[in-house]
Design a protein. Structure first.
Ligand SMILES: [Fe+2]
Length: 317
C-alpha cells in the first residue's frame, strides 16, 4: 500500500481571495474538493472509456476501466478525444473564479492538454522510489509561466491506484532539474520524502499548481487505468504564447499562422531556445529545428518582444 501525507484542503478558503493567494504563494499549489461538475466529468469519463476501448485496452462491459492486458504503442490513447472534453471543462465557472482570484485577472487557457490514462504498473519492486517521476513542468516549457489544473476523471479509490503527488513549497527553490543527469532528472534527495503530499481524489476535485512546483504520478498498483486530465492556464495580463500552424521555416526563423488572430508571427530560435517534440522531449539542436517545425506542423512558441523564442515545441492541438 502507498500512503502519502494528505494535501491541505483549500476548499474552506474559497471566497477569501487574500487567504488563497497567501497559500498559493507559500505552497505553489492548492487543492479543492467538489468544485468541478461531476456530471461533466462523468461525460468526460465516457469519452475516455471509448478511446481506451477503441484500442482494446479495456472492455466497456466492465464498469471499471480494468486493463485487458493488451499492449499499446500509442502515447496517451485518450488524447484521441481531441478538444471535445477540455473545451467544456475550461468553461467551469467555479474553476475560472478561483483562477481569477489567484491571478487577479481573467484566466487565459493555453492549448496544452493531457488526457492521461495510467496503466497498472505492477507490484512495487524492492526499494522502488515511488516519486521517481518527479519533475517541474517549467523546465520543459521555459518562459511559458503556466499554471496547471489537474483533475481526476474517475475517483481514485486510494493512493495505491496511481495517484498524483506534489511537494508544496518547492517552487521557491528554482529549477531543480540537472543538465548533467540522464533525462535532466532532479537529483536524488533534492526533495525530501517527507515533503510529498497527495490525496484519494474524487471526481469534482482539482489540484491547481505552479509549473515550478515539483510533482509526480505515483505507481498504479491496481488492475485498472487511472484517468485524469490536466489543463494549462495563465493570467490574461501575462505574455501569451504563439500557438498555430507553421507557414514557413527559413534557417532559424519560423513563421507561424496564429490560431487566435490568423496573423503571421515570425519567431527566431537560437542555442538558448528549448526546441522540443511532444514525447520524448530531449532538447533538439538548433539547426535541426525542422524536426518540429515544418510547413503545416502544429507548434507553440513562447517569445518576448524581440520575437526570440525561449521555447518552441510541437503541439497536438
Ligand atoms: Fe508534469
Amino acid at each position: 500500500m502507498i500512503s502519502v501525507t494528505p494535501l491541505t484542503d483549500s476548499t474552506p478558503l474559497l471566497g477569501d481571495g487574500k487567504a488563497l493567494r497567501q497559500r498559493w504563494d507559500e505552497d505553489g499549489t492548492l487543492y479543492f474538493r467538489g468544485v468541478i461538475d461531476r456530471d461533466l466529468m462523468a461525460w468526460a469519463e465516457q469519452h475516455y472509456r471509448e478511446a481506451l476501448a477503441a484500442e482494446e485496452l479495456i472492455d466497456l462491459a466492465v464498469e471499471a476501466p480494468v486493463w485487458t492486458g493488451k499492449a499499446s504503442d500509442t502515447w496517451r490513447p485518450c488524447d484521441a478525444i481531441g478538444t471535445t472534453v477540455w473545451h467544456e471543462v475550461v468553461k467551469q465557472e467555479a474553476l475560472n473564479a478561483i483562477l481569477h482570484e489567484l491571478f487577479q485577472a481573467d484566466a487565459a487557457w493555453l492549448p496544452i492538454v493531457a488526457h492521461r490514462s495510467a496503466f497498472p504498473s505492477g507490484p512495487l519492486k524492492e526499494g522502488e522510489d515511488i516519486f521517481a517521476g518527479q519533475h517541474q513542468d517549467a523546465f520543459y516549457n521555459e518562459g511559458m509561466n503556466s499554471t496547471i489544473c489537474w483533475m481526476p476523471v474517475r475517483d481514485i479509490a486510494d493512493m495505491s491506484c496511481g495517484t498524483f503527488a506534489l511537494a508544496p513549497g518547492t517552487h521557491r527553490r528554482g529549477i531543480l532539474h540537472s543538465k548533467d543527469l540522464p533525462n535532466y532528472r532532479i537529483p536524488d534527495g533534492a526533495v525530501g520524502k517527507h515533503e510529498w503530499r497527495s490525496a484519494a481524489y474524487r471526481v469534482g476535485d482539482v489540484v491547481i499548481f505552479r509549473d515550478d512546483t515539483v510533482h509526480a504520478a505515483l505507481p498504479n498498483l491496481s488492475n485498472a487505468f487511472r484517468l485524469s486530465i490536466d489543463l494549462r492556464v495563465g493570467s490574461s495580463l501575462a505574455p501569451q504564447p504563439v500557438g498555430g500552424t507553421v507557414e514557413s521555416v527559413d534557417g532559424r526563423s519560423v513563421t507561424i499562422r496564429e490560431d487566435e488572430t490568423g496573423a503571421l508571427v515570425t519567431v527566431t530560435v537560437d542555442d538558448d531556445t528549448y526546441i522540443r517534440d511532444m514525447n520524448p522531449h530531449p532538447r533538439i539542436p538548433t539547426d535541426e529545428v525542422g524536426r518540429v517545425a515544418w510547413p503545416g506542423a502544429r507548434v507553440l512558441a513562447m517569445a518576448g518582444k524581440d520575437r526570440k523564442a525561449t521555447v518552441l515545441r510541437r503541439n497536438r492541438y
